[in-house]
Design a protein around this ligand. Structure first.
Ligand code: G3P
Length: 225
């Protein structure tokens, strides 16, 4: 049985000022409140420094934005699996376009997460890398064409074929792997179209983080499901 409830919204806080510190907590509370009101799964991906506080002050699931494939020891500046685990993570993104890893490191971090019954979400940039990611049997593959990230142009509207192609190829490898899409997604139409293309949720950032009212933006995002 899958540990992921779908449809799912994963909000990447990235390193925006609007999603750090107190604002990170407020954003997590907006996710929590929309999840309660709509019963649609909402997940926060804050910076590592905000994970512990959000886990302690909300009931929302939290993913780390990144984990380095390093062992405990001398790795200044790295994000250690055991460190974010102790902070309370429910899982992690792996290989985001803004924080790429080698194939060997993707496999190692994915396995660490799965061995600890945590959510593994491998980000990919095209159909071919999605196929490679699916072969590691993560919980989620999230396809995000890098050129559309932060553009405000939705992948589900601008490049539907990359979403459909990823769904087809990933499911052919392992039908239990959930496929999400991301890049430029912000509205209810964007999300509805992503689901029509076969995605089981979205991974998004700027459309919500930088909205005047993130809670209203989240409610709009899921309004057409
Ligand atoms: O991880 C989500 C992301 O890369 C998409 O960013 O700002 O286009 O929603 P954005």
């Amino acid at each position: 049985m899958s540990k992921i409830k779908t449809p799912i919204v994963i909000l990447n806080f990235k390193t925006y000022l609007e999603s750090c510190g107190d604002s990170a907590l407020n954003l997590a509370k907006a996710l929590e409140s929309v999840q309660e009101e709509t019963d649609i799964k909402m997940v926060a991906c804050p910076q590592a420094c905000d994970i512990y506080r959000i886990k302690n002050e909300t009931f929302i699931d939290v993913l780390s934005q990144h984990i380095d494939a390093v062992s405990p020891g001398s790795h200044t500046g790295s994000t250690l699996f055991e460190g974010v685990l102790a902070a309370g993570i429910d899982g992690s993104l792996i290989n985001h376009s803004e924080k790429r890893l080698t194939l060997a490191d993707i496999q190692a971090v994915n396995q660490q997460l799965l061995d600890n019954d945590l959510i593994s979400c491998i980000c990919t940039n095209n159909v071919e890398t999605s196929v490679a990611a699916a072969s590691f049997n993560p919980d989620i593959v999230a396809i995000e064409p890098p050129e559309l990230i932060g553009s405000g142009i939705s992948v589900s509207q601008a490049e539907p074929e990359i979403v459909e192609g990823t769904v087809d190829k990933v499911k052919a490898i392992n039908k239990n792997v959930k496929v999400l899409c991301g890049a430029g997604i912000s509205t209810g139409d964007d999300m509805a179209q992503a689901l029509e293309l076969g995605a089981e949720g979205v991974l998004l950032a700027s459309g919500i983080v930088k909205a005047d009212n993130p809670k209203d933006a989240l409610l709009d995002l899921v309004s057409k499901i």
